[in-house]
Design a binder for this molecule. Structure first.
Ligand code: CA
Length: 415
């Protein structure tokens, strides 16, 4: 049995005997968890270094070192493993960092568990019962307020006092690579005229970061802000596809519904908060100071660079450090009324827009409500997404000589 470390910070100078380049998303300091299958075999849990999938179910000595049954690793989701507790998850990363480090000269027995990335299919790694979407970027909320309400009062009165959110739909969260079918619904094509039934003409993306609940809370037992970190296992990249025309007609007065719940794309790897801890930064200053249950100090945001590519062409660069409300405040607020969270629940940040026009996290803002079309290298322009377009989100925290990357989060629009 390995000793339980309180926090696992893998030495930034550690090297692996598995080769990878400095710009790989998956150095030995990352060690995310995922679910894979090969050919017609059942799904199993894995990690990754460079472009080598690590089959945890066959990794020599792992279940013995952890003192748990190997059946945890022949599972089709990470939920049972997360239920086992953070100490077990930390010990997995510790074990992987030891056996795949260059300091380990006994490599043959571990090489047998490596599979090239291109030989496997990656799946949604968690079983998600509930999904909540926040609205925590001040820049995004301000931009939307300017476009659709009043430039002088862009933020609604509650926004600076609580992390605004809505309950989304978990059933339509899909793993990266799944085609995105253009939704149909009620739209009003001309102001003042009755609605028509139509395919959406204003299909958009939303650049978001999601956290995954690794430890639940009982009904009527809120999670205090000081304990929220113990309840969050890690982060995943999230695209909250949005049909703006459906959304615009339906959202009053109860908020987003069919304009959002037709599909959300998530990246296949769960990035451990421990791996991101060296990249923690302070939040933007919160003024007015929030109520006591949301009052935080220290470093509660992360410096994670974000990029958006449309048909391979970069159209936006942002960063999770711009988020006004931290994920810890989001979780404390979500449970302050006694709402119970369960293992595998996903909470997304809301669109992460930065302060400048090249850092906006949606087509709505990048093309400013259709008034500033984006020009692509082939000369074509976009104000919203067209059929056949591929939209990809990328994210990484840059270390010295390595980066903690999130893998791909992409989808192609089909009619
Ligand atoms: Ca959203």
């Amino acid at each position: 049995m390995i000793n339980n470390p309180s926090v696992l910070n893998i030495d930034p100078n550690l090297k692996s005997w598995i080769p990878y380049s400095e710009d790989s998303d998956f150095p030995i300091q990352n060690l995310p968890l995922g679910v894979f299958s090969r050919n017609q075999d059942p799904k199993k849990l894995c990690s990754i270094i460079g472009d080598q999938i690590i089959d945890l179910s066959s990794l020599a000595g792992l279940s013995e070192a952890l003192g748990i049954s190997n059946s945890f690793f022949t599972n089709n989701s990470l939920n049972p493993l997360m239920a086992h507790g953070k100490a077990t998850l930390r010990n997995i990363r510790r074990y992987l960092s030891e056996v795949f480090s260059t300091q380990n000269l006994n490599r043959a027995s571990f090489e047998k568990s490596l599979i090239p990335r291109q030989q496997v299919e990656l799946h949604l790694p968690i079983q998600c019962g509930d999904y909540t979407d926040f609205y925590s970027s001040k820049e995004h909320a301000t931009n939307v307020g300017i476009m659709f309400r009043d430039p002088a009062n862009a933020l609604l009165p509650n926004w600076l006092h609580l992390p605004v959110g809505y309950h989304g739909r978990a059933s339509s969260i899909v793993v990266s690579g799944t085609p995105v079918v253009r939704p149909a619904g009620q739209i009003v094509s001309k102001d003042g005229e009755p609605p028509i039934y139509s395919k959406s003409r204003q299909l958009d993306f939303e650049l978001e970061m999601a956290f995954v609940v690794g430890k639940g809370n009982d009904l009527a037992h809120p999670i205090p802000l000081s304990q929220t970190k113990e309840h969050i296992h890690g982060l995943m990249l999230f695209n909250d596809w949005s049909a703006r025309d459906i959304q615009k007609w339906e959202y009053v007065p109860l908020g987003p519904f069919l304009g959002k719940n037709f599909c959300s794309t998530i990246s296949p790897w769960l990035i451990d908060l421990d791996a991101l801890e060296p990249f923690a930064v302070e939040n933007p200053i919160q003024d007015p100071q929030p109520l006591d249950y949301l009052h935080q100090t220290g470093k509660n945001n992360y410096n994670i660079e974000l990029e958006v590519l449309l048909n391979g062409h970069p159209i936006s660069h942002s960063n999770t450090k711009y988020l006004y409300w931290s994920m810890f405040q989001q979780l404390a607020h979500h449970t302050v009324n006694g709402c119970n969270m369960r293992i595998g629940d996903i909470c997304a940040s809301g669109t992460i827009s930065g302060p400048t026009p090249n850092s906006y996290g949606s087509m709505l803002e990048l093309a400013w409500k259709g008034t500033k079309p984006i020009t692509l290298p082939d000369g074509s322009t976009r104000v919203f997404l067209q059929d056949g377009d591929q939209l990809e989100l990328k994210a990484f925290a840059q270390g010295n000589g390595f980066r903690i990357g999130f893998g791909e989060c992409k989808g192609t629009i089909v009619s």
